[in-house]
Design a protein around this ligand. Sequence first.
Ligand SMILES: CC(C)(COP(=O)(O)OP(=O)(O)OC[C@H]1O[C@@H](n2cnc3c(N)ncnc32)[C@H](O)[C@@H]1OP(=O)(O)O)[C@@H](O)C(=O)NCCC(=O)NCCS
Length: 332
Amino acid sequence: MSQPCVSSIIGTGSYMPEKVLTNDDLSKIVDTSDEWITTRTGIKERRIAADDQATSDLASEAARRAMANAGVTAEEIDLIVCATVTPDMFFPSTACIVQRKIGAGRAVCFDISAACSGFVYALQVARHFLNAGTRQTALVIGAEKLSSLVNWQDRNTCVLFGDGAGAVVIRATDAADAPGRVLSTVMGSDGNLVDLLKVPGGGSACPVTPQNIDQRLNTVHMEGRETFKHAVTRMSAAAEEALKLAGLTKDDISLVIPHQANARIITAIADRLGLPEEKTFMNLHKYGNTSAATIPVALDEAHHEGRLKPGDVVLLVAFGGGFTWAASVLRW
Ligand SMILES: CC(C)(COP(=O)(O)OP(=O)(O)OC[C@H]1O[C@@H](n2cnc3c(N)ncnc32)[C@H](O)[C@@H]1OP(=O)(O)O)[C@@H](O)C(=O)NCCC(=O)NCCS
């Protein structure tokens, strides 16, 4: 191949841990109720990884399933980009640990930290390698074990999150009309708002000490209402911008796959874009917010449910801590 210029998704996969934690289960741990969680978020249950399952285990299984779906072997993978805010450890990267677990010995591996926007960021980074012709076949993974980062005594946050992983295989091609191709991507960040959604402790600014752990500084802290407003504004704007960049309009959209944080956020975005409910994919009732994993898991489910037809225009749109946001338009 002389001049690769297009990156095409050729396979999807996901893995959700077996253990289900329902809203009723949570109401036995904190002062909450199924009614509150359902009406405020749309979430009914979430998956929780086993004690001996790390993020790399979830990621590796999603990666294996994506490779099987694409019909590629681990030896063909020459790039692994893993988006996560719950890496197995500070270093080495979770992508390197996945490399060992799946046996992708030829791959260059690194992680992306962009919170819930991580998968779309990772897809864009991998796409640059492929479009430049320096890599051929990449695994792009979004994987999280958020149960390890949640304060299980804080009802404001613990009801929202869950564990899981999704992955895609993307390949460089010189076929301008290749199915699964990425047509456009927009990304943005606003570091002035870092304090609205963060894990303040555990890093170099606030290292692990018994006192910091007592204060639960090593867990998720969020200003929910503010985050909600920014999420709606930024995701709607990013979606419109990505469509414009692709030379398309909202009427061309077959399916929106938004970050799965809150059903009310998703409905507000669909309203702003003027899209009917059936064009908006939602699975957060089953999984809650799995951060970087929500979009690749949803993409995989939509794929296997037959909701993606050849030629369909699919819009991915994400928002997360940082704040960060991103949107990508695909032609399936
Ligand atoms: C977190 C979120 C669900 C809260 O919903 P909300 O409608 O904004 O609720 P509020 O923050 O106004 O809280 C309302 C009340 O419910 C209470 N509450 C919070 N969590 C509760 C829970 N799990 N169960 C019962 N009550 C709860 C609050 O204490 C508050 O009580 P008060 O009025 O007596 O102070 C919502 O703000 C949200 O989804 N934000 C965005 C989250 C997000 O997307 N994060 C990730 C971005 S990637």
